[in-house]
Design a protein around this ligand. Structure first.
Ligand SMILES: [Zn+2]
Length: 159
């Protein structure tokens, strides 16, 4: 399955043959490979991704977008200092697991950045992808009215 976001093609392939590497107490072989390709530069990278036990295989575009959001989130964690990362996620700074997780995030950041540029920018554009702006002031986040027009509250009142 694949989806597009801006100039990126995001494609998932389900393999189901590799135990998850982050929580080994759970038997989870729902691995996918998610390949992200920049259609302008043709650069690409790929990430392992595990479906959940309840929802093993990514089967809708929303699932895949959610997985991509997760990949971006990991990469953004890779931009944080180790101390900040630990306090954000409640790890002890002497935790070996925290160290390994942070290293994995840094690796994700480097991979994604090579293809998509700054990962913090990418995250804010991605999270705002469904946000619509007012058709008059173009500044404020608007809501869609009955006629499918988008106004912010202020412009709507003045209309
Ligand atoms: Zn407005």
């Amino acid at each position: 399955m694949e989806v597009k976001f801006e100039n990126l093609k995001i494609k998932s392939t389900y393999y189901g043959n590799k135990q998850c590497n982050w929580d080994c107490k759970v038997r989870n072989y729902n691995n996918h490979v998610i390949r992200v390709t920049n259609l302008d530069t043709k650069k690409w990278t790929s990430f392992d991704y595990w479906g959940s036990v309840i929802n093993p295989e990514l089967s809708t575009e929303d699932d895949l977008l959610y997985a991509f959001e997760h990949i971006i989130q990991d990469a953004v964690c890779g931009t944080m200092y180790f101390e900040d990362f630990c306090s954000e996620f409640g790890y002890d700074t002497d935790s070996r697991r925290a160290y390994k997780t942070h290293c994995a995030c840094i690796k994700s950041k480097e991979k994604l950045e090579r293809v998509c540029g700054d990962v913090n920018d990418l995250q804010s554009r991605f999270l705002d992808r469904n946000v619509v702006y007012c058709c008059i002031c173009e500044d404020e986040i608007g809501v869609v009215t009955e006629n499918n027009e988008v106004y912010c509250e202020t412009c709507y009142m003045l209309k």
